[in-house]
Design a protein around this ligand. Structure first.
Ligand code: 2P0
Length: 319
């Protein structure tokens, strides 16, 4: 029996995506800039279904994956029922980008199963985007720029590696404050922000400048500039969320504790900065040399359940 497996990493945005120009197609209003990780990954396996229906073994509802599958089927004209398993080797739905990595892994597996790897990465990214916008970034290694594009159908809404991870190596310590699924999903929360937050337009108006400064900081290997831009962009996104009605608040007690801890460590000269996505968990980026110290010092945080270690990766998910 034919069986294919594919995997893709989680990615963390340094300049965030928080709003769409087309909801159904998951086309972002603005471009975003992320790093793809090494350890936190999703693994997709596809085999033949035993009956006439698709069989799903995935975390939560298969609705996002079904959109990716429909797109791959339309491209390949292959309607065979499939048995699909997608496993994340880190907490799912907790703001650790598990939809991104799982949809990227699934789209790669579909290209292998239905098309013997005939489609290129750009086409695969159009499939995976329908399940999760930010999954487009998980298909590329290193520092990744996802261009919002302007085409109505999203033909130019594509990502690429802007810099190799080796250009400016970064380590990551994730403070897991809560590993339960988030109270409101990203798509619904983005719509609420669009409809009610007075800070929504300003956040997007500033995107071009954030992007340029973040790209320059990486180009110049300027860790502290990247820290400044990335924290500022993260705080601006959470301000947009919190100004929504009703507020979108992903922070918990441990989130604030970890943020203060990062600020204290940086004042003491430890090169580190934080970023937070649609969940309470705090991602602390640092130089590889500082990783052990940051890791050790985060162990004392009483409201942090556990720590995950990772680093920016140069391994291509599609290789
Ligand atoms: C990001 N997030 O740039 C931002 C920051 C969450 C906060 O991209 O609606 O689950 O499926 O496109 O892919 C959330 O990503 O959202 C996200 P949809 P998705 O990382």
């Amino acid at each position: 029996m034919k069986k294919v497996e594919a995997s893709a990493p989680s990615n963390i945005a340094l300049v965030k995506y928080w709003g769409k120009r087309h909801t159904k197609l998951n086309l972002p209003l603005t471009s975003s800039f992320s790093v793809s990780l090494t350890n936190m990954r999703s693994h997709a396996t596809i085999t033949e279904a035993s009956g006439t229906e698709d069989e799903w073994d995935i975390h939560g509802n298969p609705s996002k994956a079904q959109k990716v599958l429909a797109c791959a089927r339309a491209a390949t004209q292959d309607e065979r029922p499939l048995k699909i398993s997608i496993v994340n080797d880190f907490p799912s739905g907790a703001g650790l980008a598990s939809s991104a990595s799982s949809m990227a892994a699934f789209a790669l597996a579909l290209n292998s199963y239905l098309a013997d790897d005939a489609f290129d990465l750009e086409t695969i990214s159009h499939w995976s985007r329908l399940g999760s916008g930010s999954s487009v970034r998980s298909l590329y290694p290193g520092y990744v720029l996802w261009d919002a594009g302007t085409d109505e159908e999203g033909k130019d809404c594509v990502a690429h590696t802007a810099f190799a991870a080796s250009h400016m190596p970064l380590s990551l310590v994730v403070c897991v404050v809560d590993d339960q699924p988030k109270p409101i999903g990203s798509t619904a929360a983005m719509e609420r922000s669009r409809d009610t937050s007075p800070l929504y337009d300003e956040f997007h108006a500033n995107n071009e400048q954030y992007l340029q400064e973040a790209l320059d900081a990486v180009k110049n290997k300027d860790f502290y500039k990247l820290a400044e831009i990335s924290e500022s962009n993260c705080q601006a996104m959470h301000a947009v969320m919190q100004a929504s009605q009703p507020p979108v608040n992903y922070f918990k007690t441990g989130t604030k504790q970890a943020i203060e801890h990062v600020q204290k460590m940086r004042q003491e000269g430890i090169p580190c900065f934080f970023t937070i996505d649609a969940g309470p968990n705090v991602k602390i980026f640092c130089t590889p040399e500082a990783k052990d110290e940051v890791h050790e010092r985060c162990k004392s945080l009483s409201d942090v359940k556990h720590l995950l270690l990772d680093q920016v990766s140069d391994d291509s998910p599609a290789s």
